[in-house]
Design a protein around this ligand. Structure first.
Ligand code: GDP
Length: 301
């Protein structure tokens, strides 16, 4: 996979350079390792923990060779993810009856919400599902138009109103239409203005109420879309959104770019939220389900 390969290359290139410089397991080695891990976005605490545990392991197993050091580091990272990931459910949830499934997308502007909605609409459409989009980001006219462009591109209808309309009223109409016209899935875009947490919270609550009133089991997913290339910034955004709304999963976008990918660890360990989807480009096919183990092993290849 080209996109994933790029994200891996930036990390594995550094990792391999680090290993190439390896002489012995000394203080300098641990300093360099900590630096490498922090730069890869695993976060300060995780970097220190890996370094500490590696010190123990190196003593216990009397690790001296370069290849063994590399194995222990990869093992540690996978263990750390698994430790939290045991109960991880990174599958998407759907309506269990004839009612439409609703996914709500949240996240700051530019994270990749609209693009992800377009890609998912394309995926579901290809599976023979009837998909409707709702332009719930009424804050910017551009956002409405952009969703409509995606709707045309993947041949899926978009429920929209003029900019500045109450997003809850757009969502209300979309839910009615989804029920009356037997849609399988409704994907709802929202505005992500974190500057005003109180407003954002109220807006999202209202949107949710409108959905739940008609469809008690919906929304089945509240997906927080994060720009994976922003590293620790994405993590702090995630924390703020997680405080204001009940997020059920993460979509990590732009892993095809300069992203170091390590951000998946703190998202898991500090937020306890499963990454469900990853974005690997701007085209409709550039979306994948997330497989943690494959991803982490892949970082070191
Ligand atoms: P929104 O404001 O959250 O709706 O974000 P958009 O969907 O408009 O995306 C912002 C920009 O990021 C656009 O130029 C997208 O084409 C781009 N983008 C979104 N997802 C990805 C991705 O996975 N990879 C890359 N390279 N670009 C992406």
């Amino acid at each position: 996979d080209e996109g994933l390969k790029k994200s891996r290359t930036s990390f594995s290139a550094r990792f391999n350079k680090f290993l190439a410089n390896f002489r012995s397991v000394d203080e300098e080695f641990f300093d360099d390792l900590e630096e490498l891990l922090i730069e890869s976005d695993v976060g300060y605490e995780t970097a220190m923990r890996i370094s500490d545990e590696l010190r123990e392991e190196v003593k216990l197993k009397n690790v001296k060779k370069r290849a063994d050091v590399s194995d222990v580091i990869v093992e540690k990272l996978v263990d750390m993810y698994d430790e939290e990931g045991k109960e991880e459910d990174n599958t998407l949830h759907f309506s269990q009856d004839k009612n439409p499934t609703v996914f709500l997308f949240v996240g700051v502007n530019g994270a990749g919400k609209t693009t992800t909605i377009g890609k998912l609409a394309h995926r579901f459409q290809s599976q023979g599902k009837k998909v409707l989009l709702a332009a719930g980001d009424t804050f910017r006219a551009g956002a409405i138009e952009q969703l409509q462009v995606w709707g045309k591109r993947v041949n899926v209808p978009v429920e929209a109103k003029a900019a500045q309309t109450d997003p809850a009223s757009v969502v209300y109409d979309a839910v009615q239409r989804a029920i009356n016209e037997d849609f399988d899935i409704l994907l709802v875009d929202t505005a992500g203005r974190l500057q005003n947490k109180q407003n954002l919270m109220r807006e999202l609550e209202k949107i949710k109420r409108v959905i739940t009133k008609e469809l008690p089991d919906a929304p089945q997913e509240v997906l927080l879309v994060l720009d994976g290339s922003t590293g620790q910034n994405a993590l702090s955004q995630a924390k703020q959104f997680n405080e204001t709304t009940n997020v059920t999963g993460i979509v990590l976008t732009k892993l095809d770019g300069s992203s170091q990918g390590g951000i998946v660890l703190p998202i898991r360990n500090e937020l306890h939220l499963p990454v469900k989807l990853v974005g690997l480009g701007e085209q409709m096919d550039d979306l994948r389900d997330f497989d943690a183990e494959k991803f982490i092993y892949g970082l070191f290849k």
